[in-house]
Each structure stands twice: as structure tokens, then as C-alpha cells.
Design a binder for this molecule. Structure first.
Ligand code: FEO
Length: 396
């Protein structure tokens, strides 16, 4: 018996959960798993929207064949070609060789490059439509949300937006598929971690896509990851809108790298002084322990960032370097920052932090504090001053 979920009498959710893969894209931890969502629309011409990653093809094909029960699959609409959604295409084609593949010019470049597929293509441009019987699809090209070929497919009669990666998140769908069947608070953090690490770099394109959707009567958002939003699609649109506009709230994230505890001691001192200066949202991370994706998720929320590093080989401590390179990749804007750290015989850590963050055009607040070997009274005095100045800017 296949586990089939009906969205309505003609549209089914046939996605799969992946609780096996430890790292999404071989980089990002998946402690709560992930879902690869796919949708089947039964019509005069049957339509499949997106597929799944190759490790879950057997489960996926079982659901598809059960629902089609011997009927043909006429169209595959590809909203996104990343292999977590395109992995089943070769297998699909071998079972449904007459299936037409719907995508844009860029989609087909990826299709050829990744799978050598060049036939049975139905190319669409921005605003093009496809009628499959009772259903009417309009395609909206949204390049770089998340790859250059990304598009969204809107089914007008039911008001369903099949949105690809947009409006998706980490987290497997553990029984509940729809937003009204799950506790969304459980997903919220993993949705933002997905957004900030996977999609956030392309925030201006997300903004463009959201503006493009204005005026559509959307009743359901069916993304390729995470819950299907049938009760409150506005909630996920608003979250993505706020995050991609890089709106922050007052708060400070302190991230430090410390070999023998001296830089950590400065971090602890600074955190306490910030609290005394009325910042209530303070998050402190040890870069040697916490994966950068969790740190970036918090940094996405708050307007203040203070980075601390000991010096290592005349430069940054490598775990801090990894955080900072990740931060530079994400295109995070409009943050206040400062730096602190220690060195043994030659400086380098703090200087490197400052130069990276200035490249990102973050505004430096107060004077960075750097101690030789371990912090003394004068350094704690400087940290007091820094905490006062930093808090007053964060809380403005
Ligand atoms: Fe879920 Fe960009 O792939």
C-alpha cells in the first residue's frame, strides 16, 4: 500500500522524506532530515511537478505508478534542476518515454549537461501557459531562486503555486504534510536556516520573485521542501519577504575561536556587559563546535555581530576563517560589527576580521580589542567601552 496524500481529488503530494543524508549539498547538516516534494496532477494529460533525489527514486516511483495505475504520464514540469529534484528524471523517462519535459532554455542546458537528455522538450518563456485539460499552468521565470533556470508554476484554477525551492525549508515531514497538520513553530528555525544558507545569497532575486507574484490569487504554496501551505500561505510569503529584505531585530551574535580559553573569556565578558547594557537577544557561539549554518541562521536575524579570534599562523583561527568566508559568501548587508581577540607573538586575527567585514561594507562600531597572550585589566576596560557603544547602536 502506498502512502498517498491528496491535496484535492486530482492533485496528490507524492514527495519523500530523507532522514539518511547527513549533509544537504554535502555541506549543510540535516539533523531533522529533509523532504523532497513532488506533485502529480491527474488530468486529460497527467502532469508531474518536479521529482526527487536519486537515493529515494524507488519510493517515489512506487507512489507515482500506484496513482497512475497503468495510465501514461504526459508532462513533467521542471521548476528546478538541482539533483535533489531532478534525480529521478532518467528513471521516469525510461518508464514513460513519451513524456514531454517542460522547462525553459536554461533548464534544458542543465538537463543535457547533467543527464544527456535533449529530446521531447517543451520550452516555455516567462508568462507562457500550458493547458492540460482542466488545469491551466502559467510559468514565471525566477532566475537565481536558487539556480539560473529556476521557475515557478502557477495553476490558476486551484490557485496553487508550485514554487520550487522558494518558500521551502529543512525538516522532514513526519506524518503532517500541510501547515495546519504540523506545529509550524517546530519548522520555523529550520526553514530560516535553509533560507539563510541556501537561498539568502540570492535575496534580491527573491524580492523580485515576490513582487512578480503580487496580484496572483494564491490559495496553496507547494514548495519542493517542507510543509505545503494550504491554510496560511501568507505566513511563509511574509517570512521570505522579511528575510530577503534583510530586516533585522535588535540583538548581537558573538562568534569566537579560542584555542586555550583566553579569547573565549573575552567573549563571555563582552556578552555579560552587553546584557548589562540592555541587549536581551545575545547569542554566543564557539566556532570550533557549532556548524556555520547555525551561526548564519542567527546572524540573519540580528543587527549586531561581534567576531573574536585568536591568531593562528599570523592570521585567523581556521574555524573562525570558515565562519567569516561563509558570511562573505552570503551577501549579508546592513550589520553593525566589531572584533576582539588575542595573539602570541605577531597579530593578525583581529586585523583579518576587520578587513573581511569592511569588504562586506558592515559598519564598525567602537574600537576592536586585542590582547597579547591573555586579557588584562586594560583590555577589560576597553571591552566595557566597546559594550556600551555597541549596545547603544544596536538598540537605536
Ligand atoms: Fe532543493 Fe536548489 O534544490
Amino acid at each position: 500500500m502506498e502512502n498517498i496524500v491528496s491535496i484535492d481529488s486530482e492533485i496528490s503530494y507524492i514527495g519523500v522524506n530523507d532522514r539518511d543524508t547527513p549533509l544537504f549539498e554535502n555541506i549543510w547538516p540535516l539533523p531533522k532530515g529533509i523532504s523532497y516534494n513532488s506533485y502529480l496532477i491527474r488530468d486529460r494529460n497527467n502532469v508531474l511537478i518536479d521529482t526527487v533525489k536519486i537515493n529515494k527514486v524507488a519510493d517515489f516511483m512506487g507512489k507515482l505508478e500506484y496513482l497512475l495505475s497503468g495510465d501514461d504520464l504526459h508532462y513533467l514540469i521542471i521548476n528546478h534542476m538541482e539533483p535533489d529534484h531532478s534525480g529521478a528524471i532518467p528513471e521516469l523517462l525510461s518508464r514513460y518515454p513519451g513524456m514531454k519535459i517542460v522547462g525553459n532554455g536554461k533548464t534544458f542546458e542543465f538537463l543535457k549537461g547533467l543527464y544527456g537528455i535533449e529530446d521531447n522538450l517543451h520550452e516555455v518563456a516567462d508568462g507562457d501557459r500550458l493547458n492540460t485539460g482542466k488545469h491551466d499552468f502559467t510559468f514565471y521565470l525566477t532566475p537565481m531562486v536558487h539556480w539560473p533556470e529556476t521557475m515557478l508554476s502557477f495553476e490558476k484554477n486551484k490557485g496553487i503555486l508550485f514554487s520550487g525551492d522558494a518558500f521551502g525549508g529543512f525538516g522532514s515531514l513526519d506524518g503532517g504534510i500541510f501547515d495546519d497538520e504540523v506545529n509550524i513553530d517546530y519548522f520555523e528555525n529550520e526553514i530560516r536556516r535553509y533560507f539563510s544558507n541556501i537561498i539568502g545569497k540570492f535575496s534580491p532575486m527573491v524580492q523580485k520573485a515576490i513582487r512578480k507574484l503580487e496580484g496572483l490569487e494564491i490559495s496553496i504554496i507547494a514548495s519542493t521542501h517542507g510543509p505545503v501551505w494550504r491554510t496560511d500561505p501568507g505566513r511563509i510569503i511574509n517570512s521570505y519577504d522579511r528575510w530577503s529584505a534583510q530586516k533585522t531585530e535588535p540583538g548581537t551574535v558573538i562568534v569566537y575561536g579560542s584555542m586555550y580559553g583566553h579569547t573565549e573569556k573575552m567573549a563571555e565578558y563582552l556578552a555579560r556587559r552587553l546584557a548589562e547594557n540592555r541587549i536581551t537577544n545575545i547569542r554566543v557561539f564557539n566556532s570550533s563546535k557549532t556548524h556555520p549554518s547555525y551561526i548564519i541562521n542567527e546572524i540573519w536575524k540580528y543587527n549586531g555581530i561581534i567576531l573574536g579570534s585568536c591568531t593562528y599562523n599570523n592570521g585567523l583561527f581556521p574555524p573562525m576563517e570558515s565562519v567569516i568566508i561563509n558570511l562573505s559568501h552570503k551577501g549579508i548587508k546592513n550589520r553593525l560589527f566589531s572584533a576582539f581577540g588575542t595573539y602570541g607573538w605577531g597579530g593578525g586575527g583581529v586585523k583579518t576580521i576587520i578587513s573581511y567585514m569592511k569588504e562586506n561594507r558592515w559598519e564598525m562600531v567602537g574600537e576592536p580589542v586585542e590582547a597579547r597572550l591573555s586579557p588584562g585589566d586594560s583590555h577589560y576596560g576597553e571591552l566595557d567601552l566597546l559594550a556600551r557603544k555597541f549596545s547603544s547602536r544596536v538598540m537605536e
